[in-house]
Write a protein that binds this ligand. Structure first.
Ligand SMILES: [Fe+2]
Length: 320
Protein backbone atom coordinates (compact mmCIF):
# COMPACT_ATOMS: atom_id res chain seq x y z
CA UNK A 1 0.00 0.00 0.00
CA UNK A 2 1.31 3.46 -0.91
CA UNK A 3 2.51 5.62 1.96
CA UNK A 4 0.46 8.80 2.29
CA UNK A 5 1.17 12.21 3.78
CA UNK A 6 -1.54 11.42 6.30
CA UNK A 7 0.48 8.40 7.46
CA UNK A 8 3.38 10.71 8.31
CA UNK A 9 0.98 13.12 10.06
CA UNK A 10 -0.26 10.23 12.16
CA UNK A 11 3.20 8.77 12.97
CA UNK A 12 3.38 8.29 16.75
CA UNK A 13 7.01 7.25 17.24
CA UNK A 14 10.50 7.49 15.75
CA UNK A 15 10.28 3.80 14.87
CA UNK A 16 7.07 4.37 12.96
CA UNK A 17 8.71 7.31 11.13
CA UNK A 18 11.66 5.06 10.13
CA UNK A 19 9.25 2.41 8.81
CA UNK A 20 7.34 4.97 6.75
CA UNK A 21 10.56 6.46 5.35
CA UNK A 22 11.84 3.00 4.39
CA UNK A 23 8.52 2.20 2.72
CA UNK A 24 8.79 5.21 0.39
CA UNK A 25 12.51 4.96 -0.47
CA UNK A 26 13.85 7.75 1.72
CA UNK A 27 16.84 7.38 4.00
CA UNK A 28 17.09 9.46 7.11
CA UNK A 29 20.24 11.60 7.08
CA UNK A 30 20.88 11.70 10.83
CA UNK A 31 21.26 8.03 11.62
CA UNK A 32 23.28 6.52 8.74
CA UNK A 33 25.52 3.47 9.28
CA UNK A 34 28.37 5.37 7.53
CA UNK A 35 28.80 9.16 7.63
CA UNK A 36 28.81 10.79 4.20
CA UNK A 37 31.32 13.47 5.18
CA UNK A 38 34.65 12.98 6.96
CA UNK A 39 37.48 15.31 7.94
CA UNK A 40 40.35 13.94 5.79
CA UNK A 41 40.64 11.73 2.68
CA UNK A 42 40.45 8.01 3.43
CA UNK A 43 43.47 5.89 2.64
CA UNK A 44 41.50 3.06 1.08
CA UNK A 45 43.94 2.20 -1.71
CA UNK A 46 47.27 0.94 -0.35
CA UNK A 47 50.62 1.35 -2.10
CA UNK A 48 51.68 -1.62 -4.20
CA UNK A 49 54.50 -2.83 -6.44
CA UNK A 50 54.60 -5.02 -9.55
CA UNK A 51 57.85 -6.44 -10.91
CA UNK A 52 58.54 -6.41 -14.65
CA UNK A 53 60.61 -9.56 -14.18
CA UNK A 54 57.38 -11.32 -13.19
CA UNK A 55 55.20 -9.32 -15.60
CA UNK A 56 57.28 -10.23 -18.65
CA UNK A 57 57.34 -13.93 -17.73
CA UNK A 58 53.57 -13.82 -17.22
CA UNK A 59 53.06 -12.19 -20.63
CA UNK A 60 55.26 -14.82 -22.27
CA UNK A 61 53.12 -17.53 -20.65
CA UNK A 62 49.94 -15.74 -21.79
CA UNK A 63 51.46 -15.59 -25.27
CA UNK A 64 51.41 -19.39 -25.39
CA UNK A 65 47.70 -19.64 -24.59
CA UNK A 66 45.99 -16.38 -25.61
CA UNK A 67 46.03 -14.96 -29.12
CA UNK A 68 44.86 -11.53 -30.23
CA UNK A 69 41.77 -13.09 -31.82
CA UNK A 70 40.66 -14.42 -28.45
CA UNK A 71 41.56 -11.26 -26.53
CA UNK A 72 40.86 -7.70 -27.61
CA UNK A 73 44.21 -6.99 -25.98
CA UNK A 74 46.64 -9.50 -24.44
CA UNK A 75 47.13 -7.55 -21.26
CA UNK A 76 47.67 -8.17 -17.57
CA UNK A 77 45.87 -5.75 -15.30
CA UNK A 78 47.75 -4.42 -12.29
CA UNK A 79 44.79 -4.42 -9.92
CA UNK A 80 45.45 -2.83 -6.57
CA UNK A 81 45.55 -5.58 -3.91
CA UNK A 82 42.97 -3.88 -1.69
CA UNK A 83 40.46 -6.65 -0.75
CA UNK A 84 37.60 -7.02 -3.22
CA UNK A 85 39.26 -5.01 -5.99
CA UNK A 86 39.69 -6.55 -9.44
CA UNK A 87 40.51 -3.55 -11.58
CA UNK A 88 41.84 -0.08 -10.61
CA UNK A 89 45.53 0.30 -9.79
CA UNK A 90 44.78 3.51 -7.91
CA UNK A 91 41.34 5.05 -7.43
CA UNK A 92 41.18 6.88 -10.78
CA UNK A 93 43.62 5.00 -13.03
CA UNK A 94 44.51 1.51 -14.17
CA UNK A 95 47.77 0.09 -15.52
CA UNK A 96 48.45 -3.13 -17.43
CA UNK A 97 51.37 -4.95 -19.01
CA UNK A 98 50.75 -5.83 -22.66
CA UNK A 99 52.51 -7.83 -25.35
CA UNK A 100 52.07 -8.02 -29.13
CA UNK A 101 54.16 -10.87 -30.50
CA UNK A 102 56.35 -10.63 -33.59
CA UNK A 103 54.12 -10.62 -36.65
CA UNK A 104 50.92 -10.04 -34.70
CA UNK A 105 48.43 -7.19 -34.82
CA UNK A 106 46.02 -5.90 -32.20
CA UNK A 107 43.01 -4.60 -34.13
CA UNK A 108 42.05 -0.95 -34.02
CA UNK A 109 39.39 0.43 -31.77
CA UNK A 110 38.49 3.67 -30.05
CA UNK A 111 37.02 4.58 -26.70
CA UNK A 112 36.27 7.63 -24.62
CA UNK A 113 38.78 6.51 -22.00
CA UNK A 114 42.12 8.31 -22.39
CA UNK A 115 45.12 6.02 -22.72
CA UNK A 116 48.88 6.05 -22.97
CA UNK A 117 51.61 3.46 -23.09
CA UNK A 118 55.23 3.26 -22.02
CA UNK A 119 57.23 1.00 -24.33
CA UNK A 120 59.38 -1.45 -22.35
CA UNK A 121 61.02 -3.93 -24.73
CA UNK A 122 60.67 -4.07 -28.48
CA UNK A 123 62.60 -4.61 -31.68
CA UNK A 124 62.34 -2.65 -34.91
CA UNK A 125 59.09 -2.08 -36.77
CA UNK A 126 56.58 -2.17 -33.94
CA UNK A 127 53.94 0.52 -34.31
CA UNK A 128 50.91 1.97 -32.68
CA UNK A 129 48.62 3.19 -35.44
CA UNK A 130 46.81 6.35 -34.30
CA UNK A 131 44.23 7.84 -36.69
CA UNK A 132 45.82 6.20 -39.73
CA UNK A 133 49.48 6.96 -39.03
CA UNK A 134 52.14 4.57 -37.75
CA UNK A 135 53.87 5.86 -34.64
CA UNK A 136 57.12 4.00 -33.93
CA UNK A 137 57.37 2.16 -30.60
CA UNK A 138 60.91 2.23 -29.23
CA UNK A 139 61.92 1.37 -25.67
CA UNK A 140 61.29 4.34 -23.37
CA UNK A 141 58.81 6.02 -25.72
CA UNK A 142 55.52 7.28 -24.28
CA UNK A 143 52.61 7.22 -26.74
CA UNK A 144 49.21 8.87 -26.28
CA UNK A 145 45.82 7.76 -27.53
CA UNK A 146 43.43 10.45 -26.32
CA UNK A 147 39.66 10.18 -25.97
CA UNK A 148 37.96 8.70 -29.09
CA UNK A 149 41.09 8.44 -31.28
CA UNK A 150 41.41 5.23 -33.34
CA UNK A 151 44.35 3.08 -32.27
CA UNK A 152 45.70 -0.38 -32.98
CA UNK A 153 49.07 -2.08 -32.87
CA UNK A 154 51.14 -3.80 -35.56
CA UNK A 155 54.35 -5.64 -34.79
CA UNK A 156 56.05 -6.08 -38.14
CA UNK A 157 59.47 -6.75 -36.61
CA UNK A 158 61.25 -9.94 -35.51
CA UNK A 159 60.96 -9.41 -31.73
CA UNK A 160 57.96 -9.49 -29.42
CA UNK A 161 56.88 -6.02 -28.25
CA UNK A 162 56.10 -5.29 -24.59
CA UNK A 163 54.74 -2.17 -22.98
CA UNK A 164 52.78 -0.82 -20.05
CA UNK A 165 49.33 0.73 -20.62
CA UNK A 166 47.74 3.40 -18.44
CA UNK A 167 44.10 4.45 -18.73
CA UNK A 168 41.56 6.58 -16.88
CA UNK A 169 38.91 3.84 -17.16
CA UNK A 170 38.12 3.82 -13.39
CA UNK A 171 37.23 7.52 -13.73
CA UNK A 172 35.06 6.80 -16.77
CA UNK A 173 33.37 3.99 -14.82
CA UNK A 174 32.56 6.43 -12.01
CA UNK A 175 31.26 9.23 -14.22
CA UNK A 176 29.60 6.99 -16.82
CA UNK A 177 30.57 8.39 -20.27
CA UNK A 178 31.89 5.09 -21.70
CA UNK A 179 31.76 4.62 -25.47
CA UNK A 180 33.76 1.96 -27.34
CA UNK A 181 33.78 0.66 -30.91
CA UNK A 182 35.85 -1.51 -33.23
CA UNK A 183 37.35 -0.09 -36.40
CA UNK A 184 35.46 -1.28 -39.51
CA UNK A 185 38.73 -2.51 -41.10
CA UNK A 186 39.84 -4.53 -38.01
CA UNK A 187 43.39 -3.08 -38.14
CA UNK A 188 43.21 0.46 -39.49
CA UNK A 189 45.27 0.76 -42.68
CA UNK A 190 48.37 2.93 -42.40
CA UNK A 191 51.42 3.49 -44.57
CA UNK A 192 52.81 6.82 -43.34
CA UNK A 193 55.26 6.63 -40.42
CA UNK A 194 54.95 9.67 -38.16
CA UNK A 195 57.94 9.58 -35.79
CA UNK A 196 57.29 13.22 -34.77
CA UNK A 197 53.63 12.72 -33.92
CA UNK A 198 52.31 14.95 -31.12
CA UNK A 199 51.11 11.66 -29.61
CA UNK A 200 54.72 10.47 -29.16
CA UNK A 201 57.25 11.51 -26.51
CA UNK A 202 60.37 9.71 -27.69
CA UNK A 203 62.87 8.36 -25.19
CA UNK A 204 65.62 10.29 -26.96
CA UNK A 205 63.76 13.61 -26.47
CA UNK A 206 62.91 12.80 -22.83
CA UNK A 207 66.57 12.13 -21.99
CA UNK A 208 67.70 15.29 -23.84
CA UNK A 209 65.12 17.53 -22.15
CA UNK A 210 65.97 16.17 -18.70
CA UNK A 211 69.66 16.87 -19.26
CA UNK A 212 68.82 20.59 -19.48
CA UNK A 213 66.11 20.74 -16.81
CA UNK A 214 66.90 22.59 -13.57
CA UNK A 215 67.51 20.58 -10.40
CA UNK A 216 64.53 20.39 -8.04
CA UNK A 217 66.73 18.81 -5.35
CA UNK A 218 70.37 17.68 -5.38
CA UNK A 219 70.70 15.17 -8.24
CA UNK A 220 66.97 15.35 -9.11
CA UNK A 221 65.52 16.81 -12.32
CA UNK A 222 61.95 16.67 -13.56
CA UNK A 223 60.04 17.49 -16.74
CA UNK A 224 56.39 17.27 -17.72
CA UNK A 225 55.40 15.51 -20.94
CA UNK A 226 52.58 17.63 -22.37
CA UNK A 227 50.78 20.26 -20.36
CA UNK A 228 48.95 18.13 -19.46
CA UNK A 229 49.37 15.15 -21.77
CA UNK A 230 45.70 14.16 -21.60
CA UNK A 231 42.56 15.83 -20.27
CA UNK A 232 42.52 13.63 -17.17
CA UNK A 233 46.16 12.51 -16.91
CA UNK A 234 49.45 14.34 -16.34
CA UNK A 235 52.83 12.79 -17.10
CA UNK A 236 56.03 13.73 -15.32
CA UNK A 237 59.45 12.14 -15.71
CA UNK A 238 61.94 12.45 -12.88
CA UNK A 239 65.63 11.66 -13.29
CA UNK A 240 67.53 10.78 -10.13
CA UNK A 241 71.29 10.50 -10.25
CA UNK A 242 72.80 7.48 -8.49
CA UNK A 243 72.53 8.12 -4.75
CA UNK A 244 70.00 10.96 -5.14
CA UNK A 245 66.77 11.02 -3.20
CA UNK A 246 63.47 12.90 -3.49
CA UNK A 247 60.49 13.27 -1.21
CA UNK A 248 56.91 13.69 -2.37
CA UNK A 249 54.52 15.18 0.17
CA UNK A 250 51.07 13.57 0.45
CA UNK A 251 48.30 15.20 -1.59
CA UNK A 252 44.90 14.25 -2.97
CA UNK A 253 46.58 13.21 -6.25
CA UNK A 254 46.79 9.51 -7.14
CA UNK A 255 49.61 8.24 -9.34
CA UNK A 256 51.08 5.15 -10.92
CA UNK A 257 54.86 5.29 -11.21
CA UNK A 258 56.71 3.28 -13.86
CA UNK A 259 60.46 2.76 -13.85
CA UNK A 260 61.71 3.73 -17.31
CA UNK A 261 65.32 2.98 -16.36
CA UNK A 262 67.43 2.40 -13.26
CA UNK A 263 66.96 0.85 -9.83
CA UNK A 264 66.56 1.88 -6.23
CA UNK A 265 64.15 1.92 -3.35
CA UNK A 266 60.80 3.63 -2.83
CA UNK A 267 59.10 4.15 0.52
CA UNK A 268 55.38 4.81 -0.02
CA UNK A 269 53.21 5.38 3.04
CA UNK A 270 55.85 3.62 5.15
CA UNK A 271 56.14 0.53 2.92
CA UNK A 272 59.52 -0.12 1.30
CA UNK A 273 59.77 -1.47 -2.24
CA UNK A 274 62.93 -2.23 -4.22
CA UNK A 275 62.36 -1.09 -7.81
CA UNK A 276 63.97 -1.94 -11.15
CA UNK A 277 63.39 -1.10 -14.80
CA UNK A 278 59.87 -1.88 -16.01
CA UNK A 279 58.37 -2.11 -12.53
CA UNK A 280 55.11 -0.34 -11.65
CA UNK A 281 54.24 1.15 -8.28
CA UNK A 282 50.89 2.41 -7.03
CA UNK A 283 51.28 5.73 -5.24
CA UNK A 284 47.71 6.39 -4.07
CA UNK A 285 46.45 9.72 -2.76
CA UNK A 286 47.40 10.73 0.80
CA UNK A 287 50.65 8.71 0.68
CA UNK A 288 54.01 10.32 1.47
CA UNK A 289 56.79 9.01 -0.77
CA UNK A 290 60.58 8.89 -0.71
CA UNK A 291 62.45 7.68 -3.78
CA UNK A 292 66.17 6.86 -3.63
CA UNK A 293 68.14 5.76 -6.69
CA UNK A 294 70.97 3.21 -6.38
CA UNK A 295 71.77 3.84 -10.06
CA UNK A 296 70.69 6.62 -12.39
CA UNK A 297 66.91 6.26 -12.64
CA UNK A 298 64.12 7.65 -14.79
CA UNK A 299 60.65 7.43 -13.24
CA UNK A 300 57.44 8.14 -15.15
CA UNK A 301 54.63 9.40 -12.92
CA UNK A 302 51.15 8.98 -14.41
CA UNK A 303 48.72 10.98 -12.29
CA UNK A 304 45.17 12.34 -12.11
CA UNK A 305 46.54 15.82 -11.36
CA UNK A 306 44.69 17.66 -14.20
CA UNK A 307 41.38 16.21 -13.12
CA UNK A 308 41.81 17.27 -9.50
CA UNK A 309 43.19 20.68 -10.47
CA UNK A 310 40.23 21.43 -12.72
CA UNK A 311 37.83 20.57 -9.91
CA UNK A 312 39.84 22.57 -7.36
CA UNK A 313 40.42 19.38 -5.34
CA UNK A 314 44.22 19.19 -5.56
CA UNK A 315 45.28 19.78 -1.96
CA UNK A 316 48.01 18.75 0.44
CA UNK A 317 47.00 16.10 2.95
CA UNK A 318 48.50 16.03 6.45
CA UNK A 319 50.89 13.10 7.00
CA UNK A 320 49.26 10.37 9.08
FE1 LIG B 1 42.43 0.90 -26.49
Amino acid sequence: MAVTAQAFNAAASMQELYELLAACGIQNGWNKPEPSLWPLPKKDFPPAHWSWNIGRAALDAAGRFVNTELAERRNLILANPVPGNTYPTVRTLVAAYQMVKAGEVARSHRHTANALRLVLDTGADAYTIVDGKKIPMEAGDVLLTPNWRWHGHANEGPADAYWMDFLDIPTVHLLGPMFFEHHPDALEQATEIDANSPCRFSWRDTVAHLAHAPETAPGVREIELGSPALATIALHVTRLEAGASMSVEPTTMSAICAIMQGAGEAIIDGQTFAFARGDALAAPSSCAQTWTASEESYILRVSDKPLLERLDWLRPVPAR
